[in-house]
Design a protein around this ligand. Structure first.
Ligand code: HEC
Ligand code: HEC
Ligand code: HEC
Length: 120
């Protein structure tokens, strides 16, 4: 439900669907590709989201924790140490690999992965 004016979301001349006009005010919204429908996040027909993994709100993991696969998220290659979803809850910034378990020297940086306007 919303109390906003029709033209916050709909534009004359465009038709009722698809909804292209809406600009979020909340900082919790992260721009996604247009193919991700309003109803993919607003599953409860409400302005407030039903955060699937509420403990991680407002980070990416608040919605995507279930997409996390440990396998590719290694801290150290050998002997292997993995990242947890908590450490990578914003899906960016901290995902690099170290040379060994002292976690002092980075051997591999990863950037440009998992942009919400791209793909996983
Ligand atoms: C916060 C955004 C928002 C506001 C404000 C809003 N709508 Fe919508 N409206 C939507 C969305 C999302 C859909 C579904 C679009 C789709 O299915 O692609 C929709 C769909 C519709 C449809 C098409 C229904 C169908 O089944 O084809 C109509 C008609 C409509 N709205 C009328 C209104 C009117 C009239 C108002 C003002 C009283 C209004 N809307 C306000 C977001 C909004
Ligand atoms: C990727 C997820 C996502 C998508 C897609 C999405 N929203 Fe939202 N939206 C959010 C989040 C997160 C909030 C903040 C809710 C909360 O605090 O729980 C929000 C809040 C809102 C609000 C409250 C006012 C505001 O702007 O903060 C409205 C209205 C809204 N969304 C409409 C829409 C419409 C219309 C669409 C489709 C055109 C849409 N949303 C698509 C995540 C999404
Ligand atoms: C409020 C919930 C929510 C938040 C927060 C959120 N997403 Fe999403 N995201 C979705 C939904 C829903 C989809 C569409 C269904 C799916 O692929 O799971 C999606 C899809 C995606 C996709 C696939 C896009 C495509 O078109 O295939 C990527 C990549 C993505 N999100 C990355 C992110 C990243 C990175 C963040 C944090 C910056 C983030 N998301 C935050 C709800 C969210």
């Amino acid at each position: 439900m919303t109390t906003q004016a029709c033209d916050a979301c709909h534009r004359a001349g465009v038709g009722w669907t698809p909804v292209t006009a809406y600009t979020h005010r909340t900082a919790f919204y992260k721009a996604h590709r247009a193919s991700v429908l309003c109803s993919s996040c607003h599953t409860n027909n409400n302005e407030v989201i039903a955060w699937k993994y509420a403990g991680y709100k407002p980070d990416c993991a608040g919605c995507h924790a279930g997409d996390f696969k440990q396998g590719p998220h290694k801290k150290v290659d050998s002997p292997v140490i993995y990242y947890s979803v908590l450490e990578l809850k914003d899906c960016s910034g901290s995902c690099h690999q170290y040379t060994n378990s002292t976690l002092t020297t980075i051997s591999k940086n990863r950037s440009g992965q998992h942009r919400p306007t791209g793909s996983f």
